[in-house]
Ligand binder design. Structure first.
Ligand code: 13P
Length: 338
């Protein structure tokens, strides 16, 4: 394992005021997103949409890396330029989702375990040859009636560590993503307890399986009220509870924490990141973003599958990327004053 190289890539991913664009929606997920704008999901429409994102002029000023899906890392733009080469021109590091999705967990009615370990070593090799420098694996933890079980947390943490170790051996920086879902009416305290239990279990497994913390990135949920909670916690409370949970559970050797947005609105995701970076200085790790929906929602709405609206959509993406980068520096001043 070349730890110096892994650590250098991890540091580049969390370079000052930069974050990741999660554009690794599986075919099923991007089809759901396209359904909301009445665009048919075909190989070409998916290509056109991703091309729009990666060609946004100057996006590399804000985005250090893009997480791709298997189809996308093999795709080329309409003019034949490989997507990974387009990214290189903007100074963007390509990454790849390597998990095969959350699947029903044996012995459980509602919980899942993320699959994709079979054959992973060979796929990592192939993705390295295709130009990837980092990888992502998302584990899903649900809060609800008698959930999560310790069994589900442990099964997912074990798989995350196995994935991370295989990636590091093969030369990819693993993004370790244990997502405690926002779905439900639970309060923020409940989310904090479950998030801490999950992170403690994940870091226990990473330690047991000798994953090098300097050569990985953590992608957690924020500690936040459930979407249907009666009294949702405000921005300061989310910042306080999130930072407290991370301080208790994440070793200082981890270079960066790049949050998922998880169903937050674009503005909430930016606000929360900004408040954390404003109220907490000198944390042991960088706090940045690796957003999917919170970077793409308005771009997708602006595009509508219309080639005449590409510039508009790119403008919407650039706006979100610039505002989230400002939030990394604690310099987000709201939507209208930028
Ligand atoms: P969201 O920011 O839309 O939650 O997506 C991030 C991601 O990569 C989920 O795995």
């Amino acid at each position: 394992m070349d730890l110096d190289n892994l650590a250098a890539v991890a540091q580049a991913m969390v370079a000052d005021n930069k974050g990741l664009l999660a554009a690794d929606e599986s075919t099923g997920t991007i089809t759901k997103r396209f359904d909301t704008i009445n665009v048919e999901s075909t190989e070409d429409s998916r290509r056109d949409y991703r091309e729009l994102l990666f060609r946004a002029a100057g996006i590399g000023e804000y985005i250090s890396g893009v997480i791709l899906y298997d189809e996308t890392i093999r795709q080329s733009a309409a003019d034949g330029t490989r997507f990974v080469d387009l990214m290189a021109k903007q100074g963007i590091i390509p990454g790849i989702k390597v998990d095969a999705g959350a699947k029903p967990l044996a012995g459980s009615d509602n919980e899942t375990v993320t699959e994709g370990l079979d054959g992973l070593r060979d796929r990592v090799k192939e993705y390295v040859d295709l130009g990837a420098k980092f990888a992502k694996w998302r584990a899903v933890i649900k809060i609800g009636d008698e959930m999560p079980t310790g069994y589900a947390i442990h099964a997912n943490a074990h798989a995350l560590a196995r994935y991370a170790k295989i990636c590091q051996e093969g030369g990819l920086v693993p993004i370790v993503e244990p997502e405690v879902l926002m779905d439900g009416d639970h309060d923020i305290h409940n989310c904090q307890m479950i998030t801490e239990e999950t992170l403690n279990c994940v870091f226990g497994e990473l330690y047991a399986q000798e994953v090098a913390l300097e050569g990985m990135i953590l992608k957690p949920n924020m500690v936040i009220s459930g979407l249907d909670a009666k009294n949702r916690a405000d921005f300061n409370k989310v910042a306080d509870e999130t930072v407290a949970a991370l301080m208790r559970c994440v070793p200082a050797a981890v270079p960066g924490i790049m949050f998922l947005s998880g169903g937050q609105s674009e503005i909430d995701a930016t606000m929360h990141l900004n408040v954390m970076n404003t109220n907490y200085k000198n944390l042991p790790w960088k706090l940045s973003y690796s957003y999917g929906r919170a970077l793409q929602a308005s771009a997708l709405k602006a595009w509508l599958g219309d080639s005449g609206k590409v510039k508009l959509a790119q403008g919407a993406l650039m706006l979100r990327a610039s505002l989230n980068s400002a939030a990394c520096a604690a310099e987000y001043k709201g939507e209208s004053t930028q």
